[in-house]
Design a protein around this ligand. Structure first.
Ligand code: NI
Length: 554
């Protein structure tokens, strides 16, 4: 039997033609005549492949596009759902097109920088890459409603973000639903605020969250914006996700807490209760619905696997002692401190326990813009910290010499910017030691700090690096937004104690620096190196430092 025999002949012809135009037709299941690959033409571009496949979910198919451009420096891998409902498909395709467009703009800007860099230095650099990946999952679905979790990550040589956004659709009409549509009224916001605060406060108490109570209170204030990313799961729990920086420092990325649906079930619309499988009694109320303590415990149990700092530290000591780098580190730290305290180069000697300070840090250099940056810093007598790549240091050794001579601090950002969490212990050490060797050749001493590329580290990285990990608390996203005013505006907001992330491979970032210095100085803030920011505390190998916590009020 023809699988489209139930359709009118003309429509059958049309549909068959549409399907035949896309491949592979054989993966379209027979019981689902409405699902078909998106027919809208994609904008012209680089080498592209696409596929249309069944998913593990009934009546949900996967459309995938892959693109490779700029000799492999720009990579796109994007999947989105196709269902029986045309309106849902149109929305998912529209969103995906927006994301493809955004990726293309970033990739084009980075490729332009790459070409300039190559032209001006005659060399290659590993940092000019753009990777965008998007996939999806179905968290909950029945005949009436479907919840998609769209996972997006975009990485460049500098840094990147990864996050999940939930999309909810009415399957009958194809209408997109928002979180408030799931609840009877706005009281759910108060409930979510209360539950979230309890869970996050507990995490703070356990020192498992780089934040404080004020930050948590602000980020969990009962507004729809604060609770716009909620993912329901079929096991009777739901995840509340807070954006990077919403409730904690950037090192935490997206902060997620798990709660039981029972805790909010009395506030859900009846059809949502049914979908999420919540039992109700005769009055439509959920018995014993708010179980704060139980929920907090549950949320925390999802964190059980997370290593706390003390564990990391002891692990790091074991490894460091084994390769003898802990002693080296103390000596190296002393060297850098000595340099700063001796004030050999006109650096301010500042006590950051009594005066407000920030540490400006620049990653991925040296680049063709670094000399210009050094001119600016020198003119304003500002000291900064440069996390440099060994590969680039070898090419621009004179710039590295000058960074050191000008009194700035130099940290390790690996040899050629790999994701260290994907490497063996041996390869991690090779990345760090090779970089240390070239820096020692140029300036006479090794680095005392590590900033892992992409901010990516795991217990192995912490253990074998033998260095303190310097993270950041302020990220102006200067790699993404190539606009000096935008970058300056974001950095100017930095609180005292901040470690500020920036990249001296972007012209726009360097152009933002004078305005940043002026505005922060107006607030009485001093610019110091990472070592100075924490003095007299000695930074410890295997620990992760996000910001200086003991700051005086401005
Ligand atoms: Ni980097």
């Amino acid at each position: 039997m023809n699988r489209y025999s139930r359709l009118p002949a003309t429509l059958t012809l049309l549909l068959t033609f549409t399907l035949a135009a896309c491949q592979p037709i054989s993966s379209v299941p027979a019981d689902d005549e409405a699902a078909q690959p998106p027919s809208q033409a994609l904008p012209p571009g680089p080498a592209r492949t696409s596929s249309f496949d069944a998913s593990k979910y009934a009546r949900v198919y996967v459309y995938t596009i892959e693109e490779i451009d700029n000799d492999g420096r720009s990579l796109l891998h994007i999947s989105y759902p196709v269902t029986e409902q045309a309106a849902i498909n149109a929305r998912m395709e529209e969103l995906s097109q927006l994301y493809i467009q955004e990726y293309r703009e970033i990739a084009a800007a980075i490729e332009k920088d790459y070409q300039n860099y190559k032209k001006e230095t005659g060399t290659e650099a590993a940092t000019f890459v753009t990777h965008y990946r998007q996939s999806f999952d179905v968290s909950v679905a029945n005949q009436r409603v479907i919840f998609f979790d769209l996972e997006r990550s975009i990485y460049t040589g500098g840094t990147g973000i990864s996050y999940v956004i939930g999309y909810i659709f009415d399957r009958a009409s194809g209408a997109e639903l928002a979180i408030p549509d799931l609840f009877v009224d706005e009281t759910y916001l108060e409930r979510l605020a209360e539950l979230s605060r309890a869970a996050l406060a507990e995490r703070l108490r356990r020192e498992e969250l780089a934040s404080d109570l004020d930050w948590v209170a602000d980020g969990t204030a009962p507004t729809a914006e604060n609770f716009d990313n909620i993912l329901f799961r079929e096991d009777g729990t739901f995840l509340v996700r807070f954006d990077k920086y919403q409730v904690a420092a950037g090192v935490e990325g997206v902060v997620e807490i798990a709660l039981e649906v029972d805790a909010i079930a009395d506030l859900l619309k009846p059809e949502m209760r049914e979908l999420l499988g919540v039992e109700t009694d005769e009055e439509g109320k959920v018995g014993d619905s708010v179980r704060l303590t139980a929920n907090v415990n549950r949320a925390n149990s999802t964190l059980a696997a997370r290593a706390v700092l003390t564990d990391r530290l002891s692990l790091a000591r074991t490894f460091s002692a084994a390769n003898g780098r802990l002693t080296d580190l103390a000596a190296t730290n002393a060297n850098w401190s000595g340099l700063n305290q001796a004030d050999q180069t006109g650096a301010e000697v500042v006590d950051c326990n009594h005066l407000p300070c920030v540490a400006l840090t620049f990653d991925d250099g040296p680049s063709i813009y670094t000399e210009g940056l050094l001119d600016i810093l020198s003119r304003h007598q500002v000291k900064a910290t440069f996390f440099i790549l060994g590969k680039s240091a070898r090419i621009q050794s004179e710039t590295v010499s000058r960074i050191f001579a000008d009194g700035h601090q130099i940290g390790n950002h690996t040899w050629d910017h790999p994701n260290l969490t994907k490497l063996s212990a041996e390869l991690i050490q090779q990345q760090l030691h090779q970089t240390d060797d070239i820096i020692t050749q140029i300036v006479g001493q090794p680095t005392a700090h590590l900033r892992p590329p992409y901010g990516a580290y795991n217990d192995l990285v912490l253990a074998v690096s033998g260095l303190p990990i310097i993270f950041w608390s302020v990220d102006p996203l200067d790699w993404r937004d190539r606009d000096a005013d935008v970058v300056a505006a974001r950095i100017i907001e930095s609180p005292a104690g901040a470690i500020i992330l920036a990249h001296d491979i972007h012209k726009t970032t360097v152009a933002a620096v004078p305005a940043i210095i002026e505005a922060l100085r107006e607030r009485g803030i001093h610019f110091v190196t990472v070592t100075q920011l924490f003095e007299p505390e000695q930074l410890v190998a295997g620990n992760v430092y996000v910001r200086q916590p003991d700051v005086p009020s401005e």
